[in-house]
Ligand binder design. Sequence first.
Ligand code: IMP
Ligand code: MG
Length: 176
Amino acid sequence: MIHLHDKTFEPFISSEEIDFAISNMAKQMDDDFFDEIPIFVGILNGSFMVMADLMKHYKGMCEVSFMKMASYEGTQSTNDVKQLIGINENLEGKTVVIVEDIVDTGNTIEELKVIFKAKNVKHLKLATLFFKQDAYKKDIKIDYIGIRIPNKFIVGFGLDYDGLGRNLADVYQLAP
Ligand code: IMP
Ligand code: MG
């Protein structure tokens, strides 16, 4: 059990399971992008760990960048997604892979699709380590999914509860 602010969390997904899921995502991407040089764009803050591990498993030539979005307050997603740090690279004609820690309602990726469409990219692919399929409200196809999870609030491996828990190597769920 771990305690963050006023809440208690219990072990849910081990770092070994996470690493296995990420290596599989990297393999699929290596197959798909064998003749391309994609740019991986991590969505901060949550994606810093998945991006680091995904890049260690990905074998092909690629670029890496980050942008910063925010939609969560406490344990609830808000409908208002804010762009806090934009992207400087020219993405025109490039294959862009958005790398997310988790997709919940889908509000963030819906907003990201609009932002990247305006940049005239060649292909836009979406990747997420965790996917809450029961909470997902959009029709947008997610190209690479690491682990499907039930509609529970989790922390660790980049994910936080009001700023805490991002540095945990394993993933924990809110205890009942
Ligand atoms: P969405 O816009 O509702 O899909 O939420 C996406 C963002 O909300 C993610 O990138 C996370 O930053 C955050 N988020 C969603 N679910 C969780 C969770 O269970 N724990 C921590 N953060 C979460
Ligand atoms: Mg996030």
